[in-house]
Design a protein around this ligand. Structure first.
Ligand code: GCW
Length: 737
């Protein structure tokens, strides 16, 4: 009896320990459940042999041993002599690989790797190699484990993989009090109070997860910055995190508050041309490097949304960025200076702008276009930045909306390397309740052609240094990670972290391939499960666009918390915080006229792009209301009027969510109960939110169009007043504001 109880206890404990709570992300390493494949793998992998040792090689070895032990359900021994089935791992400079490659030119740069199967000295072996020092070998090990986790054949491998972009960075908008701006997955994972003494195991798992997808940098703190992180007390904590991340090839960066010299340095000014200020930053940077010898540099949000900056002192963004760059240069650090600016400053206004005949129902809107400001401010500064400054640009000209055209800066800054900034956290994409796979959004932007240097000048090629050779290239994603057990709140939020890393490494990967890989590693290799869930993922972003902001609508969400629809809001603190500013609905039509007759934002793009979008008849309909004020009865490609098309989009968005729900429900037997139920519940919430968006937006826009919602559709279950009255005082994500 006793023994029986003990066995039950053990069973219970192990299921608690190994329950699918999502903590293990895509690094689950469970036993290969296909017996034939398991046999093949066990024959092909009999032992491992690490050539040399270093902190990075040591973590690579640990990962490989753990991974193989889990996947093959057996301990794989280390072997000093070559035997059949040996996996030989090491850097190119190790004696083994020196001899193996002899005079071959192995072009893998600092961080690339190769994986090969070969017959060598009569033995069938697998070789994984990378350059010295950096994490190439580790990346190779993770790629090898990925092959097994996704059930690929390993009989004949020949992979050379080199990242296309040098710095692949997660930007955390985490505050020192552990709130996370636009974070929906609990508190910050950085437990500042317990650092430097207590190293949470999560820091190591964070580093493993990032290294597994090639992320090699982390900005620890919010761009809306707190100068305290630059004090000695906090630098000691930062140093400990950097120590944990170093073996995994991850560099630490910090956000620099422009007025730090005043706030923590006791100076009277932060003017970047003041020698005392310059000297303060120089000394501060030198001090940082004593704590973190491989410190990456600063990310700066200046003169934007209340953050101080050089303009506060009558200086330019270039003056500010260059001052920090000079302090960092001796240490090889970089400055990522953000172009997300829309400060309260007089703006140049096109005289014709707003001259389209608006009638008395049009809300009162300012004669400016926020979409133009980043370009207007930064274009004149092109060529004026130091070599170690990169300008960091959000993917679209406004602000991480469900859909935006690419920012014109990507085609406009010939002499300045740009950092692509994507937002992984779903501030405007249903936060942590909506299932939205972002790879299609990332790809849509990266694959867009700027025509800046002729056809084929895609956004990706403009930032990765293939069009202009830059000494440094970078891409950043605003993190969606928090301290919730499964890291991202929504189980599918993990896919967006994963997708960002994979695309940052290789922007030629397709969204489909990334979804496929992620699903196989995170859930199951079952073909039916993978096919159905992949379909869900690949349609999810377009689905969200349809029920939130179809046809180029944007920025019509709730004020402040950005939760839910609020297209009626017209009383926010600044004109360009108001949804009415962006949709401009009136009795004649809807949409923001950014053509040459309107704000002329279109002029910031190359002629080839301009030509497509400036003309109402050739403009891709997914951007039509972004660039045009379109009459309600305008005939769309479908043959429907604009109003009917809008109804169609909103209704089809909700229908798609319902289809996704049904498809997920049918997958019950393929998924562990915990994650199945979580996703099921969240999809029910998403369906409610989609209906809410649809009803609220259509009822509101109908007050201008005065046209009926076609009778074939289900009727909104509340009236407009009901939706307008909804309030969400404690909606998450506003941390630190
Ligand atoms: O999208 C907006 C967010 C702000 C954020 C800002 C930015 C960190 O609503 O919360 O502030 O962008 O990117 O600086």
């Amino acid at each position: 009896m006793k023994r029986y109880c003990f066995a039950i206890c053990l069973l219970l404990c192990s299921s608690i320990l190994f329950g699918e709570d999502g903590y293990r992300l895509w690094l689950r390493y469970d036993k290969i459940d296909d017996p034939t494949l398991l046999k093949e793998y066990r024959t092909a992998i009999s032992s491992i042999s690490f050539q040399g040792s270093s902190p990075t090689l040591d973590v690579a070895k640990k990962e490989l041993m753990n991974g193989l032990e889990g996947l093959l359900d057996k301990k794989i021994p280390e072997q000093k002599i070559l035997v059949d089935g040996c996996v030989v791992v090491g850097t190119l400079s190790s004696p083994f690989f020196q001899e193996y490659y002899k005079n071959d030119d192995v072009s893998i740069g600092r961080e690339g790797f190769t994986i090969h199967t070969a017959k060598y000295r009569g033995k069938n072996i697998t070789l994984i190699t990378g350059a010295d020092g950096d994490a190439g070998v580790l990346y190779g090990v993770f790629q090898f484990l990925r092959l097994l986790q996704t059930h690929q054949s390993i009989a004949k491998i020949s992979i050379i993989s080199v990242p296309k972009i040098q710095n692949r960075i997660l930007d955390h908008w985490d505050n020192l009090n552990r709130t996370v701006e636009r974070g929906y997955a609990g508190a910050s994972i950085w437990n500042w109070h317990l650092l430097p003494g207590y190293i949470d195991k999560r820091y190591v798992d964070y580093a493993r997860a990032n290294a597994s997808i090639g992320i090699n940098g982390t900005v620890l703190t919010n761009v809306s910055a707190n100068a305290l992180v630059l004090t000695r007390q906090y630098l000691e904590k930062v140093a400990e995190l950097a120590n944990v991340f170093r073996p995994y090839g991850i560099k630490v960066y910090l956000t620099a508050r422009f007025t730090a010299p005043i706030e923590i340095g006791g100076l009277k000014t932060a003017d970047p041309l003041d020698p005392a200020v310059q000297n303060w930053w120089k000394q501060k940077v030198d001090e940082i490097y004593t704590y973190v010898p491989d410190f990456g540099g600063f990310l700066v949000k200046a003169n934007s949304e209340g953050q101080p900056g050089p303009q506060t002192y009558g200086r330019t963004h270039a003056d500010g960025a260059n001052m920090l760059a000079d302090a960092l240069a001796p240490h090889k650090g970089i400055v990522m200076w953000r172009a997300f600016v829309y400060d309260v400053r007089p703006q140049k206004v096109n005289e014709n702008f707003d001259s389209h005949k608006v009638d008395s129902t049009a809300p009162n809107i300012a004669a400016s276009d926020r979409a133009k400001q980043a370009y207007d401010e930064f274009k004149p500064l092109d060529g004026k930045f130091r070599k170690n400054v990169l300008v960091q640009v959000k993917n679209g000209p406004i602000d991480f909306q469900p859909r935006e055209p690419f920012s014109p800066l990507f085609g406009g800054m010939e002499h300045t390397p740009l950092v692509m900034e994507f937002q992984i956290t779903q501030e405007y994409l249903g936060q942590a309740t909506n299932l939205v796979f972002e790879a299609p959004l990332f790809k849509e932007c990266l694959d867009a052609d700027t025509y800046a240097k002729g056809k084929g000048s895609t956004v990706a090629r403009m930032i990765d240094g293939s069009v202009e050779k830059y000494p440094t290239t970078a891409i950043a994603g605003v993190s969606n990670i928090g301290n919730e057990r499964n890291w991202t709140g929504h189980p599918f939020g993990q896919a967006n972290w994963y997708a960002f890393g994979r695309i940052a490494w290789d922007h030629d990967l397709s969204a489909e391939q990334i979804a496929d890989e992620w699903l196989r590693q995170t859930f199951s290799n079952d073909p039916h499960f993978v096919a159905s869930t992949k379909k869900i993922m690949l349609m999810s972003r377009e689905t969200l666009v349809s029920y939130m902001t179809p046809l180029g609508l944007h920025h019509i969400m709730g004020t402040g918390h950005h939760y839910g629809p609020a297209p009626w809001v017209s009383n926010a603190g600044r004109a360009d915080w108001n949804p009415v500013y962006y949709h401009r609905a009136d009795s004649l039509g809807i949409g923001f006229d950014r053509t040459s007759n309107g704000s002329n934002a279109i002029s910031q793009y190359s002629p080839e792009v301009r030509e497509q979008w400036d003309n109402l008849n050739t403009c891709n309909e997914k951007y039509i209301l972004w660039f045009h004020h379109v009459p309600w009865k305008f005939k769309m490609h479908s043959g429907r009027t604009l109003w009917d098309e809008l109804c169609y989009k909103y209704y089809s968005g909700v229908d798609s969510v319902r289809w996704i729900q049904k498809t997920w429900n049918d997958l019950k037997n393929y998924v562990d109960a915990e994650r199945f139920d979580q996703v099921k519940m969240l999809l029910a919430v998403q369906e409610k939110e989609a209906v809410w968006w649809r009803n609220a937006c259509l009822l509101y826009f109908q007050t201008f169009s005065k046209m009926p919602i076609p009778s074939k559709y289900e009727k909104p279950d509340h009236d407009l007043e009901y939706y307008e009255a909804l309030k969400f005082p404690y909606a998450p994500g506003n941390g630190g504001l």
